[in-house]
Design a protein around this ligand. Sequence first.
Ligand code: SF4
Ligand code: SF4
Length: 201
Amino acid sequence: MLKFIKQVGDYAKETVQAARYIGQGISVTFDHMQRRPITVQYPYEKLIPSERYRGRIHFEFDKCISCEVCVRVCPINLPVVDYEFDKATKKKNLKHYSIDFGVCIFCANCIEYCPTNCLSATEEYEISTYDRHELNYDNVALGRLPYKVTQDPMVTPLRELAYLPKGVMDPHDLPAGSQRAGMRPEEILEQMQSKEEDVKS
Ligand code: SF4
Ligand code: SF4
């Protein structure tokens, strides 16, 4: 009998939970019904990629220790680490490094596991070419500083919907100079420092 009561209780709990999920789904649908389409006038206007966007990979040659961890964690063993072993110093000297973005799936495993943090994901997404072989970036191309939508004077950067303040539905409605999606690094540092000072005092 107790088992039956428990089963009924579980069933009722799951029903309430399912009803809540359906309600959430419908509320999102109604929310979208109120919105109007927003046209981004590309390439004169561009959306600012999300803060954790995984775009073209940036590589710092001087920080690489040729350990090949990035190759081992890559699902397709993609990065090419060309090094020479120096018997005198017992160290690997990096000669060339390359990643073929025509094959890369931008999973960021190499970035996550690199022990010296010499790889990083940029917000660059416009890397298309007419010849796919041009997507094979060597260490010079990988080392180029990334293009930023927010720093291009020819482009009006627009915030994505998720980054708009409450009540604003169109990024064009925001006043000029408020395009940045999140806090700037210096603002994050300031916030961290003030928190540390609060803890100490
Ligand atoms: S994991 Fe990092 S340090 Fe090691 S070879 Fe790859 S890029 Fe270089
Ligand atoms: S992002 Fe993923 S697929 Fe591309 S090189 Fe790194 S580990 Fe390999």
